[in-house]
Ligand binder design. Structure first.
Ligand SMILES: Cc1cc2nc3c(=O)[nH]c(=O)nc-3n(C[C@H](O)[C@H](O)[C@H](O)COP(=O)(O)OP(=O)(O)OC[C@H]3O[C@@H](n4cnc5c(N)ncnc54)[C@H](O)[C@@H]3O)c2cc1C
Length: 443
């Protein structure tokens, strides 16, 4: 059992890197003494290296790397007059600093600041996590169970690489990750011909290379596009059909949309009605294709799109019969293989970490959470924490609809860290020598 941390992060990926860099900067500047523990089951930034399925690592990142762990560098919103100093310190963890450190910045700029691969982004995140050390501890292990410990602290049981089981306590908890693949209704006999968006890419080599195959991809978002591009490279002769629940659309990415991701307060996001927020997320984040990825497949005559929600997959000899509700009524297609890219369910992943009595206690303290219809809006506070729950449980991956669309992805990692870390300053502020002119307490 180690001394309680101020914050424990489950997962050492993009969000953890942003929070670790912010905590390091705050501690290194002497603004506070925050103790952060990150527990990572695989290795830092594993998801981006293709070690957790979801990508081979070679698929393109759908966002510019300039939107790095400090972006949008507007910490004044959370830290008042300390914000400017903090933003300057965060430049040490920027994409530019990383490229300078690697000696590749000029070459990248000369090449027109091109998009990068997932694994390049992963290498950047691992670089950040290796440098963010002040007050930051990374534990190699898998979180198995989360409970409520003494004095209203979280008690986290970890199967650690260096010890059988260890327990870590923390005053606040941050849950990260994309979640597990959503369920797509299918006959058990169809399973041998199915893949899921979080399968390891190596599994796809089961698809024969020596003959032309028909592959169906179910889903209308980034996961489906990423998978399509991967399959095109893996099986150039395959015919790929993408099934989207409604008309396939590309993501809006002008400054109008981008500012909502990086600064939701600038449009009064939390005050907008639910329908407007849902419409924005549907048009600019979930269930839409990135324009760059689309450009890569736009002239591919072995790729087609069919509209209509897929309702069931059945076995059909050595393949799958896919039933969908097309605009002209029920239709069916036959495929050799089908990939379920209908998205991720983060709540399902988290359910597995909290035993039923703890889930019940969380709901007793803050209201229904675990088994609500997907149409229900879950309430999250400005810290991206479950509203009304103590101790704090931060779940940015679910807080996008309430607090801002960028918190569920890479749209504003710096702001995400501001929101999660600012509450930790209370009671942790380091006394500054009198007269150094800088405020001792944050806003
Ligand atoms: C392959 C991929 C590409 C994406 N591309 C984009 C994009 O281009 N633009 C965009 O805005 N969004 C993108 N997203 C969506 C979204 O941004 C990310 O899902 C999310 O923001 C990633 O950050 P994260 O820290 O939550 O998760 P991750 O970076 O995935 O980190 C989660 C970490 O948790 C670890 N872990 C999981 N369970 C446990 C456990 N029980 N104990 C300990 N460790 C655990 C994993 O090993 C992993 O390293 C992408 C998601 C994926 C998976």
């Amino acid at each position: 059992m180690s001394a309680p941390a101020d914050l424990l992060v489950v997962g050492g990926g993009a969000k953890a890197a942003a929070v670790a860099a912010k905590v390091h900067a705050i501690n290194a500047l002497g603004l506070a003494r925050i103790a952060l523990t990150i527990v990572e089951a695989n290795r830092p930034a594993a998801s981006w290296m293709g070690l957790n399925g979801m990508t081979s690592g070679d698929e393109p990142l759908a966002i510019t790397p300039i939107k790095d762990v400090g972006f949008p560098y507007e910490s004044g919103g959370a830290f008042g007059e300390l914000g400017a100093e903090l933003d300057r310190a965060m430049l040490g963890f920027s994409w530019q600093s990383y490229m300078l450190d690697r000696g590749g910045f000029a070459r990248w700029v000369n090449a027109g600041s091109p998009g990068i691969r997932h694994r390049d982004y992963g290498a950047y995140l691992a670089w950040v996590l290796a440098r963010a050390t002040a007050g930051v501890r990374i534990v190699h292990g898998r979180v198995r169970r989360i409970g409520l410990g003494a004095e209203d602290r979280w008690s986290v049981e970890v199967a650690q690489a260096d010890a059988e089981r260890a327990r870590h306590e923390a005053h606040a908890l941050l849950l990260t990750g994309s979640g597990v693949h959503r369920h797509l209704p299918h006959d058990p006999d169809a399973a041998p011909w199915m893949f899921h968006c979080d399968d390891k890419r190596g599994e796809f080599t089961r698809i024969p290379a020596d003959r032309r195959t028909e592959i169906g991809i179910v889903g209308g978002g980034e996961g489906a596009l990423s998978c399509l591009m991967f399959l095109r490279a893996l099986r150039p002769a395959a015919r790929l059909t993408v099934h989207t629940p409604s008309l396939p659309l590309s993501r809006g990415e002008s400054f109008l949309e981008n500012r909502v991701f990086s600064d939701p307060d600038s449009v009064g996001w939390s005050g907008l009605d639910l329908a407007t927020r849902r419409m924005f997320v549907a048009q600019c984040d979930r269930g839409v294709f990135g324009p760059d990825g689309l450009a890569a497949i736009s002239y591919d005559d072995q790729c087609r799109f069919l509209t209509g929600r897929v309702v069931h997959l059945g076995a059909d000899g050595e393949g799958v019969r896919l039933d969908y509700a097309s605009p002209d009524g029920p239709r069916a297609e036959r495929y050799d293989y089908v990939v379920n890219c209908t998205g991720f369910d983060l709540l399902e992943q988290l359910r597995g970490l909290f035993p039923p009595p703890v889930r019940a206690e969380i709901e007793r303290r803050s209201g229904p959470l675990w088994d609500l219809p997907s149409s229900t809006e879950l309430r999250f506070g400005r810290g991206l924490e479950v509203e009304g729950l103590w101790p704090r449980l931060h779940i940015p991956g679910l807080a996008g609809l309430t607090q801002g669309p960028g918190f569920a992805n890479l749209g504003c990692l710096g702001l995400l860290a501001d929101r999660v870390v600012a509450p930790l300053m209370v009671g942790n502020v380091a006394e500054r020598p009198v007269g150094d002119g800088r405020a001792a307490t944050p806003v």
